[in-house]
Design a protein around this ligand. Structure first.
Ligand code: PGA
Length: 260
């Protein structure tokens, strides 16, 4: 149970890294971060490397996340992986509703909602992704889109569950484009999300729920993003694939969050 919003930095590896590459990375990375406190650090390898990653990270301060899950525990669902399987493989977190899952693989707010519930049922901490497209931003629909994604995606959660959840605000136009949201744009969206969480789940839960930013986070912008009062961490794609660059994001982000 978290009792405060310790900065949270996760690396989303997407469909990169074999088992061998994962083990090499985690061994090197855990040694580099072993004395770094005041930040929750997570990496999300592909399913095939989850177990090996968890073994390599055992007794370290590096947590392991899956990149998705299916909501049933087991059954005739060819190609799917359940929360219980992910938990048994040694992961403690799971990314849900990433924009690539939504646009390429048919995830919707309704399926996100089922996955979030299944993650809690399996004892996994969900990292639930939301965010608007460029078109939606230009049409001034950002807050409406976020409201819908949060209301439907998190429908039915208890306040205690919300307090444990990580929301990742990832504007679709910033993912993999090298064009990050400015710290002001991120803070505006995060502040809005926090306001809604307060209305819908109460002030105590909303104060504990992490709202992290994702979309072209790099070593040279993690400090300015994490210095914002409602930016509680980062979900890092491309720049998390390299040990040194992810390390720099973690340390600079943590230091900036401390000063805020
Ligand atoms: P990016 O990806 O850091 O490569 O933009 C972020 C994400 O997709 O989570």
């Amino acid at each position: 149970m978290r009792d405060a919003r310790t900065p949270f930095v996760a690396g989303n590896w997407k469909m990169y890294k074999t088992v061998a590459e994962t083990v090499k990375y985690v061994k090197e990375f855990r040694a580099l971060v072993k004395d770094i406190d005041g930040v929750e650090i997570v990496v999300a390898p592909p399913f095939t490397a989850l177990h090996a990653a968890a073994e390599a990270a055992r007794n370290s301060n590096v947590g392991i996340a899956a990149q998705d899950l299916y909501w049933d525990r087991e059954g005739p669902f060819t190609g799917e992986v359940s929360g219980a399987m992910i938990r048994e493989a040694g992961a403690e977190y799971v990314i849900i509703g990433h924009s690539e899952r939504r646009t390429l693989f048919g995830d919707t707010d309704a399926t996100v909602n089922r996955r979030v519930a299944a993650a809690f049922a399996a004892g996994l901490c969900p990292i639930a992704c939301v965010g608007e497209t460029l078109d939606q931003r230009e049409r001034q629909e950002t807050f409406d889109v976020l409201d819908r994604q949060i209301r439907q995606g998190l429908d039915g959660l208890t306040s205690d569950q919300l307090a444990q959840l990580v929301v990742a605000y990832e504007p679709v136009w910033a993912i993999g484009t090298g064009r990050n949201a400015t710290p002001e744009q991120a803070e505006e969206a995060h502040g809005h999300i926090r306001k809604r969480l307060r209305q819908w789940f109460g002030p105590d839960a909303a104060a504990l729920c992490h709202v992290i930013y994702g979309g072209s986070v790099k070593p040279d912008n993690s400090a300015s993003l994490l210095s914002q009062p409602n930016v509680d961490g980062a979900l890092v794609g491309g720049a998390s694939l390299d040990v040194r660059s992810f390390l720099e994001i973690v340390t600079k982000g943590r230091d900036a969050a401390r000063r805020r």
